[in-house]
Design a protein around this ligand. Structure first.
Ligand SMILES: C[S@@+](CC[C@H](N)C(=O)[O-])C[C@H]1O[C@@H](n2cnc3c(N)ncnc32)[C@H](O)[C@@H]1O
Length: 216
């Protein structure tokens, strides 16, 4: 698989500002803890974070369940280096792999997730890549395992559509439009997940972020 991915802030030169930008532009202090609460990581579980970026979600999951096995996968070596540094500073042992989301089986081998998670990744991917990633996430889940996805979803109001244009200009219209039109639930279902539900919508300065839950 070719490693054609959009970097964390749409431009590699901006990657080192990623954590600050996300904190300022997405109301991260609201949605990230709520998302972790929804995932409810438990000791003994295997949790896989696809498109783990600078590791904020994986680190929060590990903090909550120190005896869980947390694995982060991302195609960008630059963000993975930042993630490793953040986890090391917290003395956390998280496994990090460099790979595209659609090819995670090549690094995971037989590992299967109790909970497979992803945040703010699919809006950066072209439609066929979104489907490939979701398909790979389904294959990497235990039967009955749970999917938790946080990303820009259906933009329901004129204001949210307007604000989301900032993300669309940064990450490209072809990648972002299916999210804004509310196509994620049908994509999740077509990857093989069942009981797909949008469980939360949070308005931010860059459009609304939805949480999705489904069963493998
Ligand atoms: C906006 S960042 C989100 C990072 C992190 N999940 C978070 O919540 O902060 C998007 C991440 O998706 C990664 N990414 C882009 N295309 C990808 C793909 N095809 N498969 C997996 N990850 C991808 C980027 O490298 C980047 O780290």
């Amino acid at each position: 698989m070719t490693n054609n991915f959009v970097p964390a802030l749409g431009n590699p030169k901006l990657t080192r500002f990623y954590d600050l930008a996300i904190a300022l532009m997405t109301r991260e202090r609201k949605w990230r803890p709520e998302f972790v609460h929804l995932i409810d990581p438990q000791d003994g579980e295997v949790l896989i974070d696809v498109g783990s970026g600078t590791g904020s979600l994986a680190i929060a999951l590990k903090s909550q369940a120190p005896n869980s096995r947390v694995i982060g996968v991302d195609p960008d070596p630059v963000v993975l280096e930042l993630a490793r540094g953040k986890a090391k500073a917290r003395n956390q042992s998280i496994e990090w792999f460099e790979e595209m989301g659609g090819a995670i089986s090549s690094v995971l081998g037989p590992i299967r997730a109790d909970k497979i998670v992803s945040s703010l990744v699919l809006h950066q991917c072209l439609p066929d890549m979104k489907l490939r990633i979701l398909g790979a996430m389904h294959k990497a889940s235990k039967p009955g395992g749970q999917l938790f996805l946080a990303d820009y979803g259906l933009q329901r109001t004129a204001l949210m559509r307007l604000l989301f244009r900032q993300v669309q200009n940064l990450d490209g219209w072809e990648c972002t439009t299916p999210n804004a039109k509310g196509e994620l639930p049908s994509m999740i279902a077509s990857a093989g997940f069942r009981n797909v539900r949008e469980v939360r919508v949070i308005q931010t300065l860059t459009g609304s972020i939805s949480f999705f839950h489904a069963i493998a």
